[in-house]
Design a protein around this ligand. Structure first.
Ligand code: ADP
Length: 526
């Protein structure tokens, strides 16, 4: 625009030099001509080289330029030359672009001023007056129309820009939302290629590589419960509506990840016909449900094993008692049969009560009931357990010893859990020892107290040592089978140990005895 400002007066000077006469309805000398043109060129040079930095500067420069152009029209040319009218129209548009409505007002005011001066200095020249009036009207009308069209276009492009900004904002919002989800969200096109995905998708697939444009069925290979490969895109396209299934799994490295997959079609066209029914793509939401599934399965398996374990003693006790009832009705029960049957039924009831106790302890430990830590005096605890179990050991002909070394002091933990844990180990030691001794030991080792229950019993084979903490596991050893047991004792014990922040270590040799130990942080005696 500023270049244009210089070009106009220079063009006029060159033209007048070439044709050797200024474009004028009046004949002026070359010097008079230059008196008008030189200031105009100077103003345009100022505008070009010293652009205005303030509003006032802009207005001043624009006004000076217009006045020079106005002087040219009054003194040299006039509006009878179409080139002059067009030139002024061009000036109006440039002023509008340069300084919007302010430029427009300056242009029209100067136009009014020069036509008024022109009319007044040429009074009686009706043709000239008419040309001036026509020039004012035509420039104003054409200028207004062009500027209005430009304003409309500007409004449209402003609206477009605003809607683009709004769209970007919406997209950013959506991106933030899907990226903050813990489920993998993947958008695919109508050909099954990935168009959008969130951070959780990369986590699930254990990759950092870009997924854009990749076919989903090659990236995520899943199978159903019977091991049949399921192609996610095909199954989403086949259903054609929103669908959730949680029977899928995927192999990720060594692990098998169980998945719940929800697929929903995206339909952006709401017209009638084929486009309305064919989705433009699909959104897949994949959730890792491995943990939930394994908990669910573990619970189902647990319920089925417990009911199986309960059924046998109940059936035996019920059968024995109903036999006895029959015999009582007949009035002929030999005393030793009665005694045996009663003992049998009693044993089964004892087993059931033990099982119910173990299950109760397990449930308490799982729900975290009674795990409030308290300060426990180690010596008191050991002495109490000794008095509680010495009679049981004695009745089996075993020696029961306690061995305490070091300062001992206290441990801070759940008293119920610690007691139940030690009770289970002592009961087992007495149960699985035919002769010899059982020792309950507490010794200080650094800041820790090590508890140990040691026996000279039947011992545990290497193979069994790996499994004795499994639920319902009982050794196949005939000496174990001679005793009653639920197979839950050590499972519960290990769980209690975890609850109080420790782990049980086993040392055992078949036929030579076993030792179960664990350690807890202790505080020395005050
Ligand atoms: P239960 O004693 O009711 O069978 P546990 O879970 O307490 O169940 O023990 C699991 C198995 O570990 C027992 O069946 C037994 O074979 C073995 N076991 C546990 N403690 C001892 C021990 N002190 N000596 C030898 N074997 C043991």
């Amino acid at each position: 625009m500023r270049t244009c400002g210089i070009v106009i007066p220079l063009l006029l000077i060159t033209y007048s030099l070439l044709v050797d006469a200024p474009i004028s309805s009046r004949v002026l000398s070359f010097n008079d001509y230059m008196v008008v043109m030189v200031p105009w060129v100077l103003v345009s040079l100022v505008i070009y080289f010293l652009p205005a930095s303030t509003q006032g500067g802009v207005i001043g420069r624009l006004l000076a330029y217009h006045l020079c152009a106005g002087a040219y029209i009054i003194l040299i040319a006039d509006f009878s030359i179409p080139f002059v009218t067009l030139g002024w129209l061009l000036l109006l548009l440039i002023s509008y672009i340069y300084s919007s409505s302010r430029g427009l007002v300056i242009n029209l005011l100067v136009l009014l001023l020069i036509t008024t001066i022109d009319i007044m200095t040429h009074q009686g020249d009706t043709d000239r007056m008419l040309i001036d009036i026509i020039a004012v009207f035509s420039i104003s009308i054409i200028g207004t129309v062009v500027i209005s069209l430009n304003a409309i276009q500007q409004d449209d492009s402003d609206a477009l820009l605003r809607s683009k900004l709004e769209e970007t904002l919406q997209r950013d919002r959506l991106n933030t939302l899907i990226n903050s989800l813990s489920d993998a969200v993947i958008g695919i096109d109508a050909e099954g290629r990935i168009e959008v995905y969130n951070a959780a998708s990369l986590d699930l697939l254990n990759t950092n590589a870009s997924l854009f444009g990749q076919p989903i069925d090659e990236i995520i290979k899943v199978q159903n419960q019977s091991g049949k490969e399921i192609r996610l895109f095909q199954s989403a396209a086949k259903t054609g509506r929103s669908r959730m299934r949680d029977d899928l799994s995927m192999t990720s490295g060594e692990e098998t990840v169980r998945l719940s997959v929800t697929s929903s079609p995206i339909r952006s066209s709401f017209g009638s016909g084929k486009e309305a029914t064919t989705p433009d793509g699909y959104v897949l939401i994949l959730r890792d449900i491995t943990k939930a599934k394994s908990l669910e399965e573990e619970r189902d398996e647990f319920i089925s094993v417990v009911s199986h374990e309960l059924r046998t003693p109940i059936t035996i006790a019920e059968g024995t008692l109903s036999n006895m009832e029959l015999m009582v009705e007949r009035g002929q029960i030999p005393p030793d049969t009665l005694e045996k049957s009663l003992a049998n039924a009693h044993n089964q009831i004892l087993f059931l009560s033990k099982m119910v106790n173990d299950l109760g302890t397990l449930s308490r430990a799982e729900r975290g009931i009674a795990d409030t830590p308290e300060e426990i005096d180690v010596k008191d605890l050991v002495n109490n357990l000794f008095s509680e179990y010495a009679p049981q050991a004695e009745s089996k002909g075993l020696r029961f010893d306690i061995d305490m070394s070091g300062q001992l002091g206290t441990v801070t933990t759940s008293p119920l859990y610690l007691r139940e844990l030690l009770q289970n180990l002592i009961t087992n030691a007495i149960k699985y020892t035919k002769e010899g001794s059982v020792v309950l030991r507490a010794k200080q080792s650094g800041n820790n107290i090590i508890f140990e229950v040691k026996d000279t019993g039947i011992g545990i084979s290497k193979g069994d040592q790996a499994r004795i903490f499994d639920k319902f596991y009982r050794s196949e050893d005939y000496r174990t089978r001679e005793t009653g047991g639920t197979g839950l004792g050590l499972y519960v014990t290990a769980k209690l140990a975890r609850k109080i922040g420790t782990a049980i270590a086993v040392k055992s040799r078949l036929n030579h005895g076993s030792s179960f130990s664990f350690s807890l942080p202790g505080s020395p005696k005050e």
